[in-house]
Ligand binder design. Structure first.
Ligand SMILES: Nc1ncnc2c1ncn2[C@@H]1O[C@H](COP(=O)(O)OP(=O)(O)OP(=O)(O)O)[C@@H](O)[C@H]1O
Ligand SMILES: [Mg+2]
Length: 364
């Protein structure tokens, strides 16, 4: 068993810097999700760990070995590629059991272990077919099965469930989490689905432009995002971000926008020494931390109803505030009846503040 570490790793392709001076320690047995938009360097990070790319700078460590110069064969990694990379001429059974064959496992045991993993991923009835004879989602699960049929030092998953429908995706996600915890294999899992990252990860590493902007347990990333990029990337719908100007001259703090003024009762002292009178900041509040409120509540602000979306256990209410949209998440089976002018009240214990440049302000 082994952790994985990057020390100042960069990777450039000509003028493009895909991975930009990244350092991290992924602990033995941990599952870390790399989360970020298309092109931010997730696949390149996995390929560097697998040895399919060499870094332009820095060093890569698996366990107590520096593997920077070691070939992929010498790294003992199980990998699910974004494009599956199945062997077209082999049956599904042979594809899945290939890592066992390379390790000299007997034919009977290979077949039985392939069948067991395939059954868990609901492709047990396809074992005699070839990749060209099964669907994209089935190929994807074959690729997952091949990665987990043996117990390598490290699992690397590159968007392994992106091609599955919602129900299968949830089932396969549960299977991967169960298996990862049971085997205790250090895993790095790439996704741009924030819910998948929240559900699977011991820690989430959020990437932007080749850099890791925050690496922390899921709930910390969710509740204490390092900046507005992270705040906006996690949660569905994401955190509401409301630009305001601070007024602090009168011994009371007010958040002033074109469309509203909030009197921040109890906040004047908390903000002392952290923000200036007249400074522009961004209020960050998650949809579940907004409630329907009254006009005279100092922590409420008005908007016009834009859409009501009943989802079953909760209802999303979106209002337009000035020229931006803000969403409230109201829990409960009965969708509230609202129309026209709506007041949203901020549960201010869960309010976050960000600088104009995006960085979160640590509050007292
Ligand atoms: N072999 C290559 N040659 C040139 N540029 C590359 C190469 N591989 C990746 N890049 C560039 O490096 C950057 C990061 O690519 P990467 O594939 O790591 O992104 P990603 O986060 O996996 O994106 P996606 O979510 O779309 O899969 C991109 O700008 C990409 O165009
Ligand atoms: Mg990718």
């Amino acid at each position: 068993m082994a952790g994985v570490a990057f020390r100042g790793v960069s990777k450039s392709f000509g003028a493009v810097t895909a991975v930009d001076d990244v350092s991290f320690d992924i602990h033995d047995g941990e599952i870390v999700c790399l989360l970020g938009p298309s092109g931010c360097g997730k696949t390149t990070t996995l390929r560097l760990i697998a040895g399919l790319e060499g870094p332009t700078a820095g060093s890569i460590h698996i366990g107590d070995r520096d593997v920077t110069m070691i070939s992929p064969k010498g790294r003992d990694i199980g990998m699910v590629f974004q494009d599956y990379a199945l062997y077209p001429h082999m049956t599904i059974s042979d594809n899945i059991s290939y890592p066992l064959k390379v390790r000299g496992v007997s034919k009977e045991e290979r077949a039985s272990r392939a069948a067991e993993v395939a059954a868990s991923l609901q492709i047990g009835n396809l074992l005699e077919r070839r990749p060209g004879q099964i669907s994209g989602g089935q190929q994807q699960r074959t690729s997952v099965a091949r990665a987990v049929v043996h117990k390598p030092q490290v699992f690397l998953f590159d968007e392994p469930l992106s091609n599955l429908d919602a129900k299968l995706r949830l089932e396969a996600r549960g299977f991967i989490k169960h298996l990862q915890k049971r085997l205790g294999v250090t895993s790095i899992y790439v996704t741009h689905d924030q819910a998948e990252a929240m559900a699977l990860a011991d820690r989430i590493a959020v990437m932007d432009g080749g850099r890791i902007v925050q690496m922390a347990p899921p709930l910390e990333v969710y509740h204490r995002p390092a900046n507005t990029f992270v705040a906006n990337f996690l949660g569905s719908p994401p955190m509401n971000l409301l630009p305001v100007r601070l007024e602090r001259r009168t011994g009371v703090t007010r958040f002033v926008a074109d469309a509203f003024t909030i009197t921040a009762e109890g906040w004047h002292e908390r903000l002392q020494g952290r923000v200036d009178d007249g400074e522009s900041v961004i209020l960050g509040v998650r949809p579940e931390h907004l409630a329907l409120g009254e006009a005279d509540d100092p922590w409420s602000f008005p908007g016009e109803l834009y859409a009501t979306e009943p989802l079953g256990p909760e209802t999303l209410i979106t209002i337009s505030v000035g020229d931006a949209l803000t969403t409230l998440r109201i829990f409960g089976d009965d969708p509230p009846v609202v129309d026209g002018r709506v007041h949203a009240r901020i549960q201010n214990t869960n309010l976050r503040l960000f600088r104009e440049g995006g960085e979160r302000i640590e509050l007292g």
